[in-house]
Design a protein around this ligand. Structure first.
Ligand code: HEM
Length: 409
């Protein structure tokens, strides 16, 4: 049960200055003392051990839809404001749907999306090269704003077939929409989220109708073609899930690239290994995902009474899995707080697992690999503008990314 000396859920987010500065001091202590910890503020069991997290995040019998959670599961239910009478699948994306809706929608989306990603690397190379061409490196520059933010937005926009002229609007909308993931958002952030959501609804509704009438070479056209072939996904469901790709594809990949660049600049030995052997790029991205994952946590809901790590859990009680803590579990990773791109491979859980495993993982990997290789190639002397300045982390709960990353080339 909640103990005064154990952190509550707010103290496990970057809103807490201690957690923001050093999340692992808090998470290591929690994992060591109470690896299955019931937090009454969240109304959730907080899990930090790799074996527990990996087993439960992969368990396809657990639920995700907040409607299945007990009323006390405040954190899991915080996004559950769906009006009565609206089908769940027309109000929420696959992120929070359960089967059969989840499988019905995710299957065709995955089919079309993965076929595109498989041939998308040259386009990512073009986007990264063009973004690098635009960098002004005559003075110290912020890599987040000038590189890490635009690359994923341009990439997902290209997949979706978004016109270039509307990219700036898209950026603003995706920033607004990401607040839907912030259970502690302010009224201003809520207003931004609602404006962005309305604009995107309008944008995608038009785009789906236009592509159906006149297909182009993009994911929206692929999906309207699958609908015509009988895939049971309607236009509202399609729009909601295209929006989810846009939202999910931006901030997370931005943070992966930013976190990776910072780590390599802080660890010149690892950067030297990568420069000497560019084939290590896959391992370099995986080690970044393990060591500094962009998403701290995900969740599930118990679909039956069960035992976890010796603790009884009742059906409808919620779990919050700290992916970040699992990725640094000393039981699973030798010397877990060492960033080492040649460490013995063991799968991290940065993308979650099971039925809900991140659908964008292959895209995020390609983007990060191309971005890092090209950035370090282009700027052999890249370094932190002020190596002694503490990093400026964003405060969005359950995400870990830099507000700015000031560099000198
Ligand atoms: C480094 C980048 C990324 C990270 C760390 C990340 C992380 C995650 C995590 C932890 C989940 C929840 C998985 C679970 O509960 O088991 C998830 C789900 C999801 N992600 Fe990502 N993601 C990234 C990039 C992307 C990209 C590029 C896209 C889309 C273009 C995307 C779209 C989604 C969607 C739609 C879901 C919901 C899938 C489902 O519930 O079936 N993500 N992601």
């Amino acid at each position: 049960m909640t103990s005064p000396d154990l952190p509550n859920i707010l103290q496990l987010t970057p809103l807490d200055p201690g957690y923001r500065a050093d999340p692992h001091a808090v998470l290591d202590d929690l994992r060591a003392r109470r690896p299955v910890h019931r937090d009454e503020t969240a109304g959730s069991f907080i899990l930090t051990r790799y074996d527990d997290v990996r087993a439960l995040v992969s368990d396809r019998t657990l639920w995700r839809d907040p409607i299945n959670a007990e009323p006390a599961a405040r954190l899991s239910r915080s996004g559950d404001d769906i009006p009565e009478g609206v089908p769940r699948s027309e109000a929420a994306s696959i992120l929070t749907l359960d089967d059969p809706d989840h499988a019905r929608i995710r299957q065709p989306l995955t089919q079309a999306f993965y076929a595109r990603i498989a041939r998308f690397r040259p386009e990512v190379e073009r986007i990264v090269a063009e973004t690098l061409d635009r960098l002004d490196t005559t003075a110290p520059f912020d890599l987040m704003a000038s590189f890490c933010v635009p690359v994923p937005i341009d990439a997902i926009a290209a997949i979706l077939g978004v016109d270039h002229a509307r990219l700036a609007e898209f950026r603003d909308w995706s920033e607004g929409l990401i607040q839907s993931l912030n259970p502690f958002r302010t009224p201003d952030q809520t207003a931004h989220m609602e404006r962005a959501s309305a604009a995107l609804t309008d944008y995608f509704t038009r785009a789906i109708a236009e592509r159906r009438a006149e297909p182009r070479d993009d994911l929206i056209s692929d999906m309207t073609r699958l609908q015509a072939q009988g895939e049971p996904i309607n236009d509202i469901e399609l729009r909601i899930n295209l929006t989810a790709l846009l939202v999910g594809g931006n901030l997370t990949t931005t943070d992966l690239i930013g976190n990776a660049v910072r780590l390599f600049l802080l660890n010149p030995g690892e950067l030297a290994k990568l420069r000497a052997n560019p084939d290590l790029i896959g391992a370099a991205v995986e080690e970044t995902l393990r060591y500094e994952p962009p998403v701290d946590a995900t969740g599930r809901i118990a679909s039956r009474d069960m035992q976890v790590g010796g603790c009884p859990v009742k059906a409808a009680q919620a779990f919050t899995f700290f992916l970040r803590a699992a990725n640094r579990d000393p039981e699973r990773f030798d010397d877990p707080h060492r960033f080492d791109i040649t460490r013995a491979r063991h799968p991290h859980v940065a993308f979650g697992g099971g039925a809900h495993i991140c659908i964008g993982a292959p895209l995020a990997r390609v983007e990060a690999q191309v971005a890092l290789i090209k950035l370090f190639d282009r700027f052999p002397n890249l370094r932190l503008a002020d190596p002694d300045a503490p990093p400026v982390w964003r405060t969005l709960p359950f995400f870990r990314g830099l507000e700015r990353l000031d560099l000198v080339a």
